[in-house]
Every structure is written in structure tokens, then in C-alpha cells.
Design a protein around this ligand. Structure first.
Ligand SMILES: CC(C)(COP(=O)(O)OP(=O)(O)OC[C@H]1O[C@@H](n2cnc3c(N)ncnc32)[C@H](O)[C@@H]1OP(=O)(O)O)[C@@H](O)C(=O)NCCC(=O)NCCS
Length: 153
């Protein structure tokens, strides 16, 4: 796994293959909110999982949702994004189920996101503290030119 920045689109495309036994699919507009909440809960990604209406809204207004499922069809990972497919892609949630972590699925989901939005689009995100080293490890660049207006809880 690279520790240096991976900036070439084709290099990400080459990594956009899920581990054996898992498949990727585009599921924006048809992801079940309850199923998604289960993945958020078990993966430990901090999101408002007790507010189903808000989760539904997050899903309904995301125009790129890439899922990873196992052979039984169970949801084991996801990349939820808002993108124009031409300039920028905000990767809002990235999560992999607890029993599946460490197999390369998270890296492949990021790569599949980049492959899907294409060479002309950035992929940018905000990391939870414990994943900061991971994003650097898989070859994403950190930025020092970002600004944010924080949400209310
Ligand atoms: C972060 C996450 C998406 C990574 O997905 P994953 O499928 O487990 O990651 P991969 O298998 O692609 O990468 C595993 C590699 O990263 C390393 N790694 C795992 N967690 C790490 C961390 N927090 N910091 C640095 N390296 C880490 C592993 O040791 C492994 O290294 P190796 O290939 O040299 O053995 C996943 O662990 C997850 O969903 N965590 C909970 C939710 C979360 O924090 N999401 C990120 C929100 S910003």
C-alpha cells in the first residue's frame, strides 16, 4: 500500500477492484435507510443514526452512493458522495463493516469513487481523527487551503 500521494487518476482506477467475494454497485436513490444505519452503527462512523428522517434525507440528496456487498447481498461497505462528476466530489461517508476491515475494501471504495467521478473531478473529504493516518497511507493528499462553516449538531 502506498504511503506517497497518488495523484494519477489511472492509478486510482487500477485499485478500484473489491476484494474477492465482494461486489460494488451504484445505489443512489434506492439505498434503504435502515440498512444504511446498521452499517453506520457497526462500522462506528459518527453520524446521526438515531434520526432516521435525517439519514433518509442524507441518502435522498446524495447523487453517488457506491455500495460493497458480499455474496449473500449483505451491505458491508459504502461511499456516499455529492458530486457534479466534472469538477468536484465530496465524499461524505466512507465506512466498512467491522468484520471486513483490513481486506482492502476501504481503499477500493475510495478508488472506485475516483474512477466513477472521472479524471476531471477531485475527491475531497473530512476525516474523523482516527482515520487521518489511513487516508495518508492510501495515498490521498492532505490540504491546507480548506475552509468550513460548521453545522449545528
Ligand atoms: C477507515 C476504513 C474506511 C478503512 O477501510 P478498510 O477496508 O479497513 O481499509 P483497507 O483494508 O483498505 O486498508 C487497510 C490498511 O490500512 C491500515 N489501517 C487501518 N486503519 C488504519 C488507521 N486508522 N490508520 C492508519 N492505517 C490504518 C491497515 O493496517 C492496513 O494496512 P496494510 O495494508 O499495510 O496491512 C474502515 O476502517 C472504517 O470504515 N472505519 C470506521 C469508519 C471510519 O472511520 N470511516 C472513515 C470516516 S472519515
Amino acid at each position: 500500500m502506498p504511503t506517497a500521494q497518488v495523484s494519477d487518476h489511472e492509478a486510482w482506477v487500477r485499485r478500484a477492484t473489491p476484494p474477492e467475494g465482494y461486489v460494488f454497485a451504484r445505489e443512489e436513490g434506492r439505498m434503504d435507510a435502515g440498512e444504511y444505519v446498521d452499517l453506520l452503527r457497526t462500522s462506528g462512523l459518527p453520524r446521526p443514526i438515531d434520526d432516521l428522517a435525517r439519514i433518509r434525507s442524507m441518502l435522498a440528496n446524495s447523487n453517488l452512493v457506491i455500495t460493497a456487498r458480499d455474496r449473500a447481498g449483505r451491505l458491508v461497505g459504502a461511499s456516499r458522495c455529492v458530486t457534479d462528476f466534472s469538477w468536484s466530489c465530496y465524499l461524505a461517508d466512507l465506512c466498512v463493516g467491522p468484520g471486513i476491515q483490513g481486506l482492502g475494501l476501504g481503499t477500493a471504495l475510495v478508488a472506485e469513487t475516483k474512477r466513477t467521478v472521472g479524471p476531471q473531478s477531485t475527491v475531497l473529504l473530512l476525516s474523523v481523527p482516527r482515520a487521518l493516518q489511513w487516508y495518508a497511507k492510501i495515498g490521498m493528499d492532505s490540504v491546507d487551503n480548506g475552509f468550513i462553516i460548521l453545522r449545528n449538531p
